[in-house]
Write a new protein. Structure first.
Length: 330
């Protein structure tokens, strides 16, 4: 069960009112006089007791329960707000994903960007102790998710990615620089960028090799992946007659991607299909692990609802009993 704490414990002093309440109730029960006086009650003592005899004190008990629940609500029950520091093995990884318009080519199933997302999500699920971040780029670049061990949030952000989120183009250097910016303050022994693109650098203020030099300076290893079949790939084009496919040449600057990987002690891969992309991520998954510190935070939540429901139920039961089976007739 989740641990409950109370924000205003002083309200529990109200429960001291139970002492005079119980004393008054006991005294009143003893002092009650019968409305009809008879010479003897011996014959009544021999009679069997009905269920009403056993229920006579239930309304008073229900009233005490109602008051107790209300006092608990006033004391503000909450889930505990706590930090937990722990050390775990892992590696800091940033995935830099190209989302330019060419990534909707369908030489991968269902297309390049969806295949890249599916394989990356499987990769994330296989590394539960790692801090992983996400950068997306086209003509511009931005951080979709900073380094985190909350992989559920990361995966949800991955699922929201689609081509067209930023201005079209391929700024490999800018995407790499943004990923470096997320890792430069990391204290992990192993810092890695997985950069996936299907094109040639054609825009951006930062040259790819300049970004690679910066990565090398910070001790960041870059694994580059060129995604696309050899030759041409079917590309969907919207026409007045619906979506039609054109064969577009696959242009990947493999020389540049190989240079980036070599400069940073990484490795270049060419993914020509879904299975090959799986194998590439499987090889990267064998990276060394380092120890990182994880800080977990439990969010404070109000927990008064169950006590409010119990107070309402006990109050309604008291009213129901007093006005039905235990009703007094003057």
């Amino acid at each position: 069960m989740e641990e409950i704490v109370f924000a205003h414990k002083s309200f529990f002093l109200i429960l001291l009112v139970f002492i005079p309440m119980i004393g008054w109730y006991v005294w009143r029960q003893r002092e009650k006089q019968a409305s009809i006086q008879i010479s003897t009650t011996n014959y009544f003592n021999k009679a069997s007791r009905t269920y009403k005899h056993y229920l006579i004190h239930v309304p008073f008990v229900l009233r005490l329960i109602t008051i107790t629940m209300l006092v608990i609500i006033l004391a503000r029950p909450q889930s505990e707000n706590s930090w937990e520091n722990s050390t775990t093995k892992g590696i800091d990884i940033v995935i830099a994903l190209d989302i330019s318009s060419s990534m909707i080519a369908e030489d991968f199933k269902p297309n390049r960007i969806e295949a890249a997302k599916d394989v990356a999500i499987q990769f994330i699920n296989g590394r539960p102790t790692d801090r992983i971040g996400l950068v997306i780029f086209a003509a511009e670049s931005f951080t979709q998710c900073p380094l985190t061990t909350d992989h559920a949030v990361l995966i949800n952000l991955f699922k929201d990615i689609k081509s067209g989120m930023v201005e079209d183009g391929t700024a490999i250097g800018l995407g790499l620089a943004t990923a470096i910016n997320r890792l430069k303050e990391s204290n992990a022994i192993s810092k890695t960028i997985i950069l996936l693109t299907d094109g040639v650098n054609n825009t951006g203020e930062i040259a790819p090799l300049t970004a690679a030099e910066i990565a090398k300076t910070f001790g960041i290893r870059v694994y580059t992946i060129g995604i696309g079949t050899m030759g041409t790939a079917p590309y969907p084009v919207q026409t007045p007659f619906g979506v039609q496919y054109q064969s577009m040449p696959v242009e990947i600057d493999e020389v540049l991607l190989r240079q980036i990987a070599q400069m940073t002690n990484g490795k270049y891969y060419r993914a020509t299909g879904n299975q090959k992309l799986h194998e590439i991520y499987g090889e990267i998954d064998k990276l060394e692990k380092s120890k990182i510190e994880v800080k977990k935070y439990s969010k404070k939540q109000e927990k008064f609802l169950i006590f409010a429901v119990l107070a309402a139920i006990s109050l309604l039961l008291e009213i129901l009993l007093k006005n039905t089976v235990l009703k007094n007739i003057p």
